[in-house]
Design a protein around this ligand. Structure first.
Ligand SMILES: *[C@@H]1O[C@H](CO)[C@@H](O)[C@H](O)[C@H]1NC(C)=O
Length: 201
């Protein structure tokens, strides 16, 4: 009797799974199709004519849905001469960066109370790590364009660019708050807010 029950259960499961695969490709199949069809274009230099002189090209779950739950993503970063990827954090990922072309001055700041700055000058092939959540930056100190690639330990790392978030929020943070927080006059705060509000909006 046990054997018959087992056989019935087995046939039922086999049928169910064959129907499931016929009408609903597995997530892995979806992923393979997606990754196969995805054109990253990460070989193509990007336009860096913007106020900071750098452009980040992401490859994360927003570009490849199949990255969901896999805990990895990638960026290409182009830097104009003396361009920078300004201070920012990734709330959900550590980052490992490798320089493909040029020379970058990079760094990150540890959390309170030390706020210790770690920096390094990186040349072609050099690698650096930015731990999850910490404020970090890259600055092209060479006279030529620079290119870096970075891996991130999340399919959805998130980015908070400090200046844009603090001075460019919509609506603006009360200038009294920022004047006290940054120990600046109201005029400076308002000019920064005007600049970054327009950058963001
Ligand atoms: C780069 O971007 C700037 C600003 O948007 C634009 O004026 C310029 O034509 C672009 N250059 C190229 C080569 O696309």
């Amino acid at each position: 009797m046990k054997g018959v029950q087992f056989l019935v259960a087995f046939v039922f499961l086999a049928l169910a799974s064959s129907f499931a695969t016929a009408s609903d490709p597995s997530p892995l199949q979806d992923f393979c199709v997606a990754i196969d069809e995805y054109k990253s274009g990460l070989n193509v230099p990007r336009n860096t004519s913007n106020p900071v002189g750098s452009t980040v090209t992401p490859v994360n779950v927003a570009q490849i849905a199949g990255l969901n739950t896999l805990g990895v993503s990638l960026v290409r970063i182009d830097y104009a001469p003396y361009g920078q990827n300004p201070p920012h954090t990734h709330p959900r990922a550590s980052e490992i960066l490798v320089v493909q072309e040029g020379t970058l001055y990079v760094g990150f700041v540890t959390s309170n109370p030390e706020n210790k700055l770690f920096t390094k000058v990186l040349n072609k092939g050099d690698v650096f790590v930015f731990p999850v959540g910490l404020i970090h930056f890259q600055f092209n100190i060479g006279k030529t364009n620079a290119v870096a690639f970075a891996g991130l330990s999340s399919q959805n790392p998130g980015v908070i660019t400090i200046a844009n978030a603090v001075f460019g929020s919509d609506p603006a943070i009360n200038p009294d708050v920022l004047a006290r927080a940054f120990q600046l006059g109201q005029k400076v705060v308002k000019s920064l807010q005007a600049k970054f509000w327009w950058d963001n909006n």
